[in-house]
Design a protein around this ligand. Structure first.
Ligand code: SF4
Ligand code: ZN
Ligand code: ZN
Length: 303
C-alpha cells in the first residue's frame, strides 16, 4: 500500500511532478498552499482589497471560489462573486444554478447579472447573427466583468485560468508567431483608467489537480456543455504539452514559469475611452458597443 509522505496514512493521490504521494487531507492542504503562494509571489492582492470572483460554474472557477473563500481572511481581502447569465437556451439556467450553489457553499455574496436585462441582448442572439460566437462571447464576458468591477469599486477580478490553459495559450502564440499576444498568459494583468487588474490565482495549478480537488470536496460543477461550443480550441496544444510532461514531469510548470517571469513586463498599454460607453477601447468605439449595436440592429431595435 502506498502511503502519504507526510503522515504515513494511506495515500489518496500521487503527484508525479513533485514525486509526492499524499493522503486526502494533506493533498487539500498542499493544493490550497500552492494557490496562496502564487497569490503572494505575484503580489496579486493587497490587504484591504475587494476582489470580484468570476464564476461560470465550471470546475476552475468553482474551485477558485472555494479556495479563495478559505484563505481570504488570512490574506485580508473581501470577496464577491459575479456570474453572467448569457442567455444561452438550455445551458444558462443550469450553470447559474450551479454557481448559486457554489456561492452558498463558500459563504460568498454574489450577483447574477442577466445580459439581456442589462444590455438588451443574449449570446443566443449573437450566435443567430454572427460566426465565431465564442470570440464574441469572450469579449462580452471581459467587458461585463470589467465594467461591473469598475463601477462597484473592486480592486481586482479573479479568474480561473489554470496552468494547462496558460501553458497551451503560450505555446499556441509562440507557434503562431504572435509573441505580442503572449502577454495574455501572465498571472497578473495590470489595471489602468477604468480597467480593473485581472489576477489568475490558479496560474501554477494543474487541471488534473483541480478536478481531483473538486471531486474530493464534492463541489457542484456544471456537467453539460454549451450548445455553441465547438470543442476546446487549445486542446491539441494541451495534449502536446501533457505528452511531453509524461516524459518530463515538471515541464509544464517550468515552461510556464519561464514565460511568466522572462517575458517583458506588460503595462496596460495605450488605449482610449469608448465614445459610446466611456470604457477602455482600442478605437473610437469599443468592440462591445459595436457588437451590441449590430445585434440590436439585427433585432430591429434602435440603440
Ligand atoms: Fe460562450 Fe463559447 Fe463558452 Fe458557450 S462555449 S459560454 S458561447 S465562450
Ligand atoms: Zn497525510
Ligand atoms: Zn463602448
Amino acid at each position: 500500500m502506498s502511503v502519504c509522505k507526510l503522515c504515513g496514512r494511506r495515500a489518496a493521490v500521487y503527484l508525479p511532478y513533485a514525486n509526492l504521494r499524499l493522503c486526502r487531507s494533506h493533498f487539500e492542504e498542499y493544493f490550497v498552499r500552492r494557490i496562496r503562494r502564487t497569490i503572494e509571489k505575484y503580489k496579486m492582492v493587497r490587504r484591504g482589497e475587494k476582489v470580484l470572483v468570476a464564476v461560470s460554474g465550471g470546475k476552475d472557477s468553482v474551485v477558485l471560489l472555494s479556495v479563495l473563500s478559505r484563505i481570504a481572511g488570512d490574506l485580508g481581502i473581501s470577496l464577491h462573486g459575479l456570474t453572467i447569465d448569457l442567455g444561452i437556451h438550455g445551458y444558462s439556467d443550469m450553470y447559474v444554478s450551479v454557481a448559486r450553489e457554489a456561492y452558498e457553499l463558500a459563504g460568498v455574496e454574489y450577483t447574477i447579472l442577466r445580459l439581456e436585462d442589462e444590455y438588451g441582448f443574449s449570446i443566443d442572439e449573437v450566435a443567430a447573427q454572427r460566426r465565431r460566437v465564442c470570440a464574441h462571447c469572450g469579449l462580452v464576458k471581459r467587458y461585463v466583468f470589467n465594467r461591473f468591477a469598475w463601477e462597484k469599486g473592486f480592486d481586482a477580478i479573479a479568474t480561473g485560468h489554470n496552468l494547462d490553459d496558460l501553458a497551451a495559450a503560450a505555446l499556441s502564440s509562440i507557434m503562431r508567431g504572435d509573441p505580442e499576444s503572449a502577454y495574455r498568459i501572465k498571472p497578473v494583468l495590470p489595471g489602468g483608467v477604468k480597467l480593473v487588474r485581472r489576477i489568475r490565482p490558479l496560474a501554477f495549478t494543474r487541471e488534473k489537480d483541480i478536478k481531483l480537488y473538486a471531486c474530493l470536496k464534492s463541489l457542484p460543477i456544471v456537467r453539460g456543455r454549451c450548445p455553441h461550443s465547438r470543442g476546446e480550441t487549445l486542446s491539441s496544444f494541451k495534449r502536446a504539452i501533457n505528452m511531453l510532461e509524461d516524459m518530463h514531469p515538471s515541464l509544464k510548470y517550468s515552461f510556464a514559469r519561464t514565460l511568466y517571469e522572462r517575458l517583458p513586463g506588460v503595462v496596460a498599454g495605450d488605449y482610449r475611452l469608448c465614445a459610446r460607453c466611456g470604457m477602455p477601447s482600442s478605437g473610437d468605439i469599443c468592440g462591445f458597443c459595436r457588437l451590441r449595436e449590430r445585434v440590436l440592429g439585427g433585432k430591429g431595435v434602435e440603440r
